[in-house]
Design a protein around this ligand. Structure first.
Ligand SMILES: [Zn+2]
Length: 339
């Protein structure tokens, strides 16, 4: 199984999904407030610091640090994003990774607080975030890009054939982790996922998922059919195996993931099945990889008590089992104790 370093150019760059609806964020939850404190080193204003969780660490560097007050603000924001990432297992997926923040001026009409993010695997693993230099703390907190990129640390490099799995995983967790950390209201997280599914479905039919690669015209299908795969996987693991996606990914990370791992998509799925998936992932993978159209959410939404209305909104059932399932995935929580 090839273990190799991947050149800089090769990586999981984030194409912009910025057409998302304007964020509606949660009232600050206790979890979020705690999270910021838990993550940061003793408060200071240096532009390089380390966030530790169990045996793992995330080093953070602001490459062109502004004044001390702004640095402190950026530290607080990244601390919250890091804690969002820790809500699934209490440790980072890799023992060591680097987050590089580069402040950039506003470009034209692009008002994104984080106009560009990329996960690179050239010399170790690093997440590069371009942050608009005048983005407010609240704008940064409402943005999904940093948590999306941190979620890419959960999987190995999967090449073009597995891009839909990689982008799908990050797109699923950018909503799940932010809801759990109190950065996004839980119901709003489901609405964002549904909005993504709608964007993906709009692309229409095309190549099989495992052959779609980097086709520009299919970007939304790559991201959101991918996210649908991971939602289905999470639900099937809970239903059939009495486990969940967090636990399977965490077990895989502990046994098998390092920054240079490169796997074929089928190899990754098989490794997850050995890490607790017990065949669920391979079964779903076979179904999804051959799909040429956008997957149906009927079964998933029935279990979750979600219903699309005629005007493309989402209705939430208060059926107890559905409510329990939605909360098990999205409810606010403190970072899980590391194992
Ligand atoms: Zn991505």
């Amino acid at each position: 199984m090839p273990i190799m370093s991947v050149r800089a150019a090769a990586l999981l760059s984030l194409l912009v999904c910025a057409g998302a609806a304007r964020p509606v964020h949660a009232a600050e939850s206790a979890a979020a407030a705690n999270a910021a404190n838990l993550a940061a080193d003793p408060a200071d204003s240096t532009a390089e610091w380390t966030i530790r969780a169990g045996d793992t660490r995330l080093r953070v560097r602001i490459e062109n640090p502004p004044d001390a007050a702004r640095v402190a603000q950026l530290r607080r924001w990244i601390g919250e994003c890091a804690n969002a990432a820790l809500t699934s297992s209490g440790r980072f997926p890799l023992r060591d990774a680097l987050v590089r923040i580069r402040l950039v001026p506003r470009r034209g009409r692009d008002s994104s607080p984080v106009p560009w993010g990329q996960t690179r695997r050239d010399d170790g693993v690093s997440v590069l975030l371009y942050v608009r230099d005048d983005a407010t703390y609240q704008e940064l907190r409402d943005d999904w890009t940093a948590v999306h990129e941190l979620s890419h640390l959960m999987h190995p490099y999967l090449g073009d054939d597995g891009r839909w799995l990689a982008e799908g995983l990050a797109s699923y967790y950018q909503n799940v982790s932010r809801a759990r950390a109190g950065l996004l209201d839980g119901d709003e997280a489901w609405r964002r996922i549904e909005a993504g599914f709608q964007r993906g479905r709009k692309v229409g039919a095309g190549a099989r998922m495992d052959q779609i690669g980097r086709s520009r015209s299919s970007t939304m299908r790559v991201y959101w059919a991918g996210a649908a795969f991971w939602l289905d996987a999470d639900l099937a693991l809970r239903r059939e195996q009495r486990t969940d996606l967090d636990r399977v990914l965490a077990a895989y990370a502990r046994c098998c993931l390092d920054g240079n791992t490169q796997l074929e998509p089928e190899e990754f799925v098989a490794a997850l099945d050995r890490a607790g998936g017990n065949g669920v992932l391979a079964r779903l993978y076979r179904r999804y990889a051959a799909m040429q159209d956008f997957p149906s959410q009927d079964e998933a939404y029935r279990a979750l008590g979600l219903q699309r209305t005629d005007n493309s909104e989402l209705r939430f059932s208060d059926r107890p089992d559905a409510l329990r399932l939605r909360r098990a995935i999205m409810a606010p929580r403190s970072p899980q104790p590391g194992e």
